[in-house]
Design a protein around this ligand. Structure first.
Ligand SMILES: Cc1cc2nc3c(=O)[nH]c(=O)nc-3n(C[C@H](O)[C@H](O)[C@H](O)COP(=O)(O)OP(=O)(O)OC[C@H]3O[C@@H](n4cnc5c(N)ncnc54)[C@H](O)[C@@H]3O)c2cc1C
Length: 404
């Protein structure tokens, strides 16, 4: 049998694309090297706009809890920005359950799923694409979607991979506590906490309180696009971070630091995210917020956009690369500008200027709100960049005159 679309990777990107394609009636196969439920190193905090855009999630039990605010500390821990609200701010998920749930939604829509099978190669010819599995099977398909994460085999085999791509790494531990203990430390509002540039890393430490879990981690860029490598010992930093949190009485004193998990994430999109009969979505394409590493919204959105473009190509029987190139045009139009702005703000975000912005924003509630909302994906940076720039310019020249 020939499939219309074969999706490699059953994370949020792949499962979302699979669900949309199957709902349109296309013969869709999804292959993942893991058996589900599988875990994935992740903070598990997703902006509310994920639920607004993919509102079918609201009818599931895939959201663990909600956080009603965010608190961010400056590198020196001297300044604190805080925004707490009465409505949900960030939705918290447990990745093992969330990813399995998304995969089941795709399966319920008609996707054929192969679990525990690794894709090792693909070959593209004039009239078909072939996907090669590690057990020797070969799949015949019109299109391939590479949704196979940061180390994407599909990106490498199609030559779309960039050896110099920027990369961040994180270590984390998701502590299972009881609800009363999380209540004691984080109350009902379950605010997420960020420790920006903790110990001078090009990254941050985080605490994401969930219903009965604390997800605590630390991450740093280790390779930037200018090919400079940054050396960090994340295990030492994680231990140091937990000690600091204990000293601040932010977490229970008996939290152990063994059994951490690690993961990598891209920080910039690839220059080209499609080739003949192939598109890349999610981390495989590098669509992610470079400041926070928040990638699930972009993974699912690129999955949706990719599914739409491939549907149109199949409907119009136009499998040309020129047609498929619309995928990149559409995702850029959707969220590309926001990613560009986040990338450029990240490039100028030196340690001293970070401390300076924290100091400025700590005296300006409006700027605090704009920064926290745009960095956590609640508002578009593109639509608010001038408001942010105005507050920063005002804050630089007349800090004591700022009024709301
Ligand atoms: C430590 C850490 C913390 C993070 N925290 C957050 C957060 O709080 N919020 C947020 O929004 N984002 C977060 N992210 C980013 C987020 O995890 C990713 O952006 C998201 O998982 C991307 O989804 P995806 O479907 O593209 O890839 P993935 O979720 O990585 O899924 C890829 C899938 O492909 C499969 N696969 C890989 N290779 C093959 C192969 N050759 N054959 C078959 N299958 C294959 C894998 O088994 C996997 O299931 C974090 C990332 C890390 C590393």
């Amino acid at each position: 049998m020939k499939y219309d679309v074969t999706i490699v990777g059953g994370g949020p990107a792949g499962s979302t694309a699979a669900k949309f394609l199957s709902e349109k009636g296309f013969k869709t196969l999804l292959i993942d090297k893991c058996k589900f439920p599988r875990d994935k190193a992740c903070g598990g905090g997703i902006p509310i706009r994920v639920l607004d855009r993919f509102n079918y999630l609201k009818n599931t039990d895939l959201i663990n809890s909600y956080s009603y605010g965010g608190i961010a500390f400056s590198p020196s821990l001297k300044y604190k920005l805080e925004l707490i609200e009465s409505k949900p701010f960030v939705a918290m998920i447990i990745r093992r359950k969330f990813d399995h749930g998304l995969l089941k939604l795709a399966e319920d829509s008609g996707t054929n799923v192969y679990e525990g099978k690794k894709v090792v190669d693909i070959k593209i010819s004039e009239d078909t694409a072939k996907v090669f599995l590690d057990n020797g099977s070969i799949i015949d398909t019109e299109f391939v979607i590479g949704a196979d994460g940061v180390w994407s085999t599909i990106a490498k085999k199609t030559g779309l991979h960039d050896n110099n791509r920027g990369l961040a790494v994180c270590v984390l531990k998701e502590y299972k506590l009881d609800e009363a203990t999380v209540d004691k430390y984080f109350g009902n509002n379950r605010c997420g906490h960020l420790y920006t540039r903790f110990k001078n890393i090009v990254g941050y430490g985080w605490i994401f309180p969930k219903k009965e879990h604390l997800n605590i981690g630390i991450g740093s860029i280790i390779k930037s696009s200018d090919d400079s490598n940054i050396k960090v010992n994340l295990i030492d930093l994680f231990n140091n971070f937990i000690d600091t949190l204990k000293k601040q009485k932010m977490v229970p004193i008996d939290l152990e630091t063994d059994g951490v998990k690690g993961g990598a994430l891209p920080i910039y999109p690839l220059d080209k995210t499609y080739s003949n009969r192939v598109i890349l979505i999610g981390d495989a394409a590098g669509v992610i917020n470079p400041l926070t590493g928040e990638g699930i919204y972009y993974a699912m959105s690129s999955g949706e956009i990719g599914a739409n473009v491939i549907s149109k190509a199949l409907e119009s029987e136009n499998t040309s690369e020129a047609f498929i190139s619309k995928y990149q045009t559409y995702w850029k139009k959707d969220f590309g500008k926001d990613l560009d702005l986040l990338i450029s703000s990240f490039k100028v975000k030196q340690k001293q200027s970070t401390e300076k912005y924290f100091k400025m924003a700590s005296k300006d509630k409006k700027l605090t709100e704009l920064l926290i909302r745009s960095i956590t994906g609640q508002i578009s940076i593109k639509d608010n960049k001038w408001k942010i720039a105005k507050r920063i310019i005002l804050g630089s020249i007349k800090p004591y005159l700022i009024r709301d």
